[in-house]
Design a protein around this ligand. Sequence first.
Ligand code: HEC
Ligand code: HEC
Length: 209
Amino acid sequence: MIRRLILAIALATSWPAVALADMIDTSGMQPWETCALCHGLDGISRMPKFPRLAGQPERYLVKQLEDFRAMRRRNDDSVMADNASLLAPAEIAVVARHFSSQSAPEPIDPAAEQDMAAGARIFRQGDPARELPACASCHVNGADPDRYPQITAQHPDYIAKQLRDFRAASRTNDPDGIMRSVAAKLADHEIESVAVYAASQPRQQRRKP
Ligand code: HEC
Ligand code: HEC
């Protein structure tokens, strides 16, 4: 337990971990408390590089943690691979349940000058002419919601990074390559605009907090 907290803090700050070992005893802490430094205790991170986990489907969170551990998801500069590998197998289910059942975050307002039309069109309708499916067809209205992460009310920078990572195939844990084929059709400006639009939309509360 102590090792886990120190690792998390050492990754996030430059404080000497040795000094902390004397100061903090993590025994008796819940396994999700060590995630809070980056993701927030309520799963609503403040910093754009850390995804908001609150209200994500439990099964999606379990899958990501297992993928990080097994190095099937490798677009995290090893930060999450290290964190996930410190969880005992039984703790994966516990942290996934904790973050999944937190109240969904509020949407993130776009900057006033942002033109939302292009992002809205891609999100709601896609572009049949180039066989680009609507994001909402899976991420909002997907038949098996537990499979599809919520991308609404997510930090736009995080969404855009994931899309670039899928496009560059540095994130490759999407089943059947579905997101790699979607992202391959998106130009840079479309990635930016769909990310801002998705962030501005309400997140469904699928599990009771
Ligand atoms: C030092 C900061 C840090 C700590 C501590 C941390 N994470 Fe993360 N986590 C990240 C970053 C950065 C990413 C995004 C990686 C990327 O860009 O793909 C991430 C991504 C994730 C994702 C993927 C989310 C998604 O939408 O796909 C999950 C799930 C996750 N973390 C869970 C956890 C859990 C559970 C813990 C505690 C055991 C934890 N994290 C601790 C930094 C951290
Ligand atoms: C056919 C279904 C489908 C469509 C259409 C689709 N996605 Fe996805 N998307 C998925 C699945 C499945 C995953 C989860 C991959 C995994 O398990 O790691 C995902 C993952 C993502 C992620 C990573 C989320 C996270 O928390 O890390 C982002 C961002 C994303 N999609 C954005 C989009 C955008 C934007 C569009 C529209 C341009 C879109 N998706 C269209 C199925 C789809």
